[in-house]
Design a protein around this ligand. Sequence first.
Ligand SMILES: Nc1ncnc2c1ncn2[C@@H]1O[C@H](COP(=O)(O)OP(=O)(O)O)[C@@H](O)[C@H]1O
Ligand SMILES: [Mg+2]
Length: 247
Amino acid sequence: MKDVNSPIISLKDIYTAYEGAEFPVISGLSLEIGHGEFVIVGGPNGAGKTTLLESVNGMLPLTHGTAHVCGMDVSRNGDAVRKKTGYVIQSFAFDPFTPFTVENVVMMGRYGILGCFKKPGEEDYRATEESIKLLGLEDISEKPIGTLSGGQQQKVLIAQNLAKKPDLLLLDEPFSNLDLCTREFVSDILKDISSKGCTVLMVSHAFDALPDKDVRIVVMDRGCINFDEFCHATEVKDIVRKMSAVA
Ligand SMILES: Nc1ncnc2c1ncn2[C@@H]1O[C@H](COP(=O)(O)OP(=O)(O)O)[C@@H](O)[C@H]1O
Ligand SMILES: [Mg+2]
């Protein structure tokens, strides 16, 4: 049973450094995010936004501090944290000859939960189908992923992560390849999953449709947080632009 009173993300004085680098990219950062919050991370290029997401899901080790996510210590339980967490990475492009169909790629979201050598069951097929439908990918579900446009691939990766039915969804600039119409469509999906209790932590500069609740804005600069406030959805765009420009 999950404890909704304790934060879903709790970072205490974390430092993260890339191998061989002289200075840490994240330095002395603390952050708590409650269950069901919708959080947008802004800040200039190189501020450490992607590094923050990868520290949250344990893909990058901490050099100092503690990170608890979904009730677990990320340094010790990275795999278990990643089973409960979706992560849509920044501008990923599949090789044109990748031998998987859209359906295969969406199903891969279930393998994280299943383990690689188990056969998917009824629930896995159902979750995959639901996700394909939700993102409107039915007509291209049999196509090889590498033959699709960047925007279509992006939607498939979002579907893959939703098929996982995560408690926490991390998204890194998920709108960068999407046309305006598709942005709104995807924003509405995020709004919907957030209203159903999934915590959303999203690095983004595009804000077409935000949830009907206060949105929390975290702005980073040089590995630290220099702004962290709840605000009304209509104010998000202005605040992020202003803070990111000042940073
Ligand atoms: N794989 C890597 N190896 C070494 N340095 C990296 C790597 N990835 C990112 N960095 C450095 O870390 C800093 C923060 O990067 P990043 O988290 O990607 O920023 P943002 O997502 O805010 O643009 C940058 O200075 C970048 O050069
Ligand atoms: Mg980035």
